[in-house]
Structure formats: C-alpha cells, structure tokens
Design a protein around this ligand. Sequence first.
Ligand SMILES: Nc1ncnc2c1ncn2[C@@H]1O[C@H](COP(=O)(O)OP(=O)(O)OP(=O)(O)O)[C@@H](O)[C@H]1O
Ligand SMILES: [Mg+2]
Length: 474
Amino acid sequence: MAKAKRKFVCQQCGATAPRWQGQCEDCGGWNTLVEEAPETVFATRHDLQGGGRVLALAGLDEATTLPERQTTGIAEFDRALGGGLVAGSATLIGGDPGIGKSTLLLQAAAAMARRKLSVAYISGEEASDQVRLRARRLGLGDAPVKLASATSVRDILTTLGKGATPDLVIIDSIQTMHSDLIESAPGTVSQVRASAQELIRFAKERGTALVLVGHVTKDGSIAGPRVLEHMVDTVLSFEGERSHQYRILRAVKNRFGGTDEIGVFAMVEEGLEEVANPSSLFLTARDENVAGATVFPALEGTRPVLVEIQALAVRLASGATPRRAVVGWDSGRLAMILAVLEARCGLSFATCEVYLNVAGGYRIADPAADLAVAAALVSALAERPVPRDAVFFGEVALSGEIRPVAHAPLRLREAAKLGFGEAGVPASLASGKGGGKGGGAKGEGAKEGGDNGGLRLHGYRTLAEYVDQVLGRG
Ligand SMILES: Nc1ncnc2c1ncn2[C@@H]1O[C@H](COP(=O)(O)OP(=O)(O)OP(=O)(O)O)[C@@H](O)[C@H]1O
Ligand SMILES: [Mg+2]
C-alpha cells in the first residue's frame, strides 16, 4: 500500500491541496485550508482476477413502482418537495441562521407524528429542552415526536437501528454531526461528508425519509462540501428577509420531481403559516392613487406573485451628485432603465435622487420587471399616478424597445384573478402576434376572454411610446 499523503482541504469550497497555502487556488478564499485526515491511497487499478461480482444489467422498460410519498402535513412544504417526502430519500434544507428551518421541520415532524407515523428529531444544536419549549410555543407540545439531542453519528444510528425504523428522521444540523471514523473536527468538510454518507446509507437501506438541515455560508451556498448537494436526492433552500414576514421554500435540486414549485410561508408567533395566495403578502394596501407605484406580476417558478414597485424621484436644488438607491432589484439594471429613459424618451433624472423599492422585502431578478420599473419611475418623475388597477411587464432593451417575456398568460391571469383591469405589455402580446409589430399605444388589441383573463391590454412597442402616452406628448 502506498504511503498516505497529507491533505489540506478548503473549508469554503472543498478543494484539496497537497500542502498548506494561504489562498485556495480554486475559490480564492484566504486562510481557508485546513489539514484533514489523510486518505489512504490504494493501487490505482483493480485486480480483476479476485472476487468481483457480475451485475445483471437490465433494460429501462422493466416494471417499476413509483416511489412512495408521505405528505408532510404542510401543503406548501409538499409542494416544494414535489408532492411529499419520498421514503428512503435524503433531503437537505439550507437557509440563513434564524430563518426558520428548525421551526418548519418541527411543525412537519409534529404533523406527521400526529398521523401515527414514527418520527425522530435529532438536534445537534439545541438541547432537548429548547426544542420542547419551541414545540410548546408552536402548540405542538403533545405531538408524539421522538426527540434526542446528540451529535455522534454512531450513537444516532445505534438508537435508530433499534426497534421499528422511523418513517422520518430529521437531523438538525449536519454541520454539528461527527463520525468517529474520521479524525477531523465536526463541521469540517470531511466530517460533514462522512456523517452525511453514513446517515444517507442508513436511510436508503431502511427506507426512512431523511431530512438534513444545512448551514449556509455568507454568499448563500450550503456550507461544507458542494459534494453534500450531490449526495442527497433533494436540496431545498429556505429564503426570505429576516426583517420581513414571508419565507420561500424553493427546490434547488430534486431527483423525484421538478424544481419550479415553491412553498410560501409567513413567520408568525405560532410558527410558520402557509400562504396559499402569495400576492396578498406583497401588495400593500392600495386605496389611494400615489405617484410612483406600479404592480408587477412576478413569477416564482410557475407561480405568479404580484408585487408592488415603488419609485421616488427627489429634485436636488444644488449641484450635488444625486443618489440612486435600490432595494429588491439590481442597481445596474436601474441605471440601465434610467439611461434608456434619458436617451430614448427624453426624460432626465440627472438632477434627481432616485429611490426604488420592491414592497414586502421581495427580490426581483426577472427582466420582465423592466417596464413596471420604468412606469414607476416615469410616474414618480411626472408626479402622475398610474391607474390603480394596472399591472406592467415587459423587458426593456437598450434601444428602448419593449420585448416579450415568458409566461405572459400566467401573469395576466393572476392579475385578473386579483381584480386588476388593465395591463401594460409588449406590443406583440396585445396584438396577439408573437413578436410582431402593431398593437399601438392605445392598445385596442385587447382580446376579451382569451388567455389574458379578460384584462384590457395596452401594447407598447417602445418605452418612448409609453412615455408619450403618459405625458400626453404627440
Ligand atoms: N418567542 C418567539 N416568538 C416569536 N417568534 C420567535 C420566537 N422565538 C423565535 N422566533 C422566530 O423563529 C425564528 C427562529 O427560527 P428557527 O430557530 O427555526 O430558525 P433556524 O433556521 O433553525 O435557525 P438556526 O440556523 O439558528 O438553527 C426567529 O428568527 C424568530 O423569527
Ligand atoms: Mg435551527
């Protein structure tokens, strides 16, 4: 057997190096390399003379059964999972500290335990009493969840292996677990990997659904090795602004379903509450016509969410450099829209401070919001409110053209469902011709009862066309 080599592992990205160095060559992180237990180097070629088993290769058309799914008792959680937890699968849930991972899983554990399923909740972070207190606060104190506070994978597997196998095992969190097969400290890459491997093997062998909680690093990726995400079947990410109520559970990877569904929750005193109609969270009370506010039908996966975009333009008397501040949107994109408004539509924001806010702490990355943002900015500058029952979407090109965007019918239907009456959209949509011209500023092209949900559509070919209409320029 060859001599064991020393191994230094980057705690940020999991890259290995043969010697210590100040900076990781892979991710560029400083001071992230830590020596870990060496891996034994075996001969690089198999000796095929000894003991291999011949596998029976089979076709794709063999009879198979769909994996059995267990509903978690929380519809929004099930939705993100693609229909519930699959027996014998491993699910990883990552999220910022304090976002509500333990709360969500405790609620799911209690709901499942109340349905006579056997559920084990292993906390490596909190003492059992702490978990009990949380359960009591959430009104789940009487649920027959089996609770333990432990960090040794060996102890956990010994306990779980005794008696009937639980239907669901929750490990909160994988970073606190340690396997005594490996020498390094808990939380290091090799420990996380080894602990996860052992737990996942147990889950697959026994047909238990395993849920691992994972910490995330500052940039939002799951701490520890990237390989952890490869080892599990499903990766969910629990997101939201801590200062705001809403939380979104999003599937990042799913071997048993799609990744385009999300679960929406609101964090309240009694824990996480399901939000069946997310638009109600992000639309602020809209009684009065205020200049600078528009509504954008955003999409979360395949789910439309209406959000309000607020803009404020403040004229500066002095020659000071005006500020541009953005919350919930990309500041580069705001600069672009301002530039297009200036160069193509003749509106100058040069002497104005510009503030842009997406209500409710929502974050938009969809370019379809361009037109809604532009409309909010124009409305703020001109101090003319946009009609209260209007939504806007469309991508603005540097040429000032308004481009079609994905899933327009879905956006329109949601807006119609929530009582909106008109929509500012790319011209091609209003005229009913995919990508064609026409429609015009007045938007006579409204198709009643079509796939637009009965909304009056106003199509705009260019942003200038919209600005001209708002300002009454001919
Ligand atoms: N007494 C309380 N009353 C109301 N809300 C509370 C109370 N205690 C905690 N919370 C809410 O629960 C959240 C913490 O949830 P939880 O412990 O489930 O988060 P977590 O994601 O597991 O965090 P960590 O990564 O630290 O384990 C807090 O951010 C807070 O919003
Ligand atoms: Mg927790």
